[in-house]
Design a protein around this ligand. Structure first.
Ligand code: AMP
Ligand code: ZN
Ligand code: FE
Ligand code: FE
Length: 279
């Protein structure tokens, strides 16, 4: 009984439509999945309809980029229903912050000699949360760059030549809004915060005290040893060890739903324990 609690669709920067993500997950034998597009719930209705057809459980979710004590953290919010609500209402503002930033990034790229336009970028986006991966796709199409990851290296990544900040929630705001919306949070790919356990633990303990429920221990890009270490940190701190592939379709080549790079297994108990943390 395996699940996958971190999946992207074309509602944000994945390449498969939401119903296709769900159909693939069901065909792979998963019992439940969470769709966690960046800053949008717009894929949830189609995913939910597909989940009913394919007899798989769908958790409505969203991935947020937040600030905490000078750190950039990705936070997954689960059990967030599309429609109005405390967190839901903030997502629109986060998406318009993306739109403003995308225009500035494209201007920077033009100054650097990459002749792409916002129209080029938008041709690669089919949802309402447009971001750097779509800008990367436009660069690849223009011919000067080979892949999304090559576009990030040096240009689009944090500190890259065309990098531009955008408005974010703070971690504590995100947790409060999520709880008010009836959801719970897990920290996505926690080693992007810091790879050093003595540094990571106090940050996680702070966020737990602010209402954080989980920590993404079972993550595609981590070795089985690291996953085990993160699961035991989660247990020590009273957090649920959650997991997900961070599937993006062709946007992250070689990364499969459920199994990640081949060795990922996310126990269904992760979702059961997360359910028990719902406010
Ligand atoms: P944005 O949403 O515009 O802030 O872009 C961040 C997203 O870009 C991440 O959530 C990833 O999906 C993707 N991303 C970040 N770094 C890379 C990379 N090195 N290669 C490919 N995609 C990346
Ligand atoms: Zn993404
Ligand atoms: Fe992320
Ligand atoms: Fe993600």
């Amino acid at each position: 009984m395996a699940v996958d609690l971190h999946l992207h669709s074309s509602a944000s920067d994945g390449t498969d439509p939401p119903d296709v993500v769900v159909a693939k997950a069901a065909a792979l034998g998963l019992t439940a999945i969470a769709l966690t597009d960046h800053d949008t719930l717009s894929g949830i209705p189609a995913a939910r309809a597909a989940a009913a057809r394919h007899s798989i459980d769908l958790v409505p979710g969203v991935e947020l980029s937040v600030d905490h004590a000078g750190l950039k953290i990705h936070m997954l919010a689960y059990f967030i229903e599309p429609g109005p609500g405390p967190l839901q209402d903030r997502l629109g503002a986060l998406r318009s912050g993306r739109d403003t930033r995308n225009v500035i990034i494209v201007q920077r790229l033009n100054e650097l000699g990459y002749p792409i336009t916002m129209e080029d970028v938008l041709r690669h986006a089919s949802g309402d949360a447009v971001g750097r991966p779509h800008i990367a796709d436009a660069l690849v199409e223009a011919g000067s760059i080979a892949s999304r990851s090559e576009a990030f290296a040096g240009l689009l990544s944090d500190g890259g030549r065309a990098y531009v900040e955008r408005d974010r929630l703070t971690a504590t705001e995100a947790i409060e809004l999520t709880l008010q919306s009836g959801g719970v949070n897990s920290i996505a790919h926690p080693l992007t915060i810091n790879t050093d356990a003595p540094t990571l633990r106090p940050v996680l303990a702070d966020l737990r005290d602010a209402g954080l429920a989980g920590l993404e221990a079972y993550y595609s890009e981590y070795s089985p040893t690291i996953r085990g270490q993160l699961a035991s940190i989660a247990a020590d701190l009273g957090l649920v060890a959650t997991g997900g592939s961070d599937y993006h379709g062709a946007g992250k080549p070689g990364l499969e739903i459920g199994t990640g790079r081949g060795d990922l297994v996310i126990p269904a108990t992760a979702l059961e324990r997360l359910q028990q943390r719902r406010p």
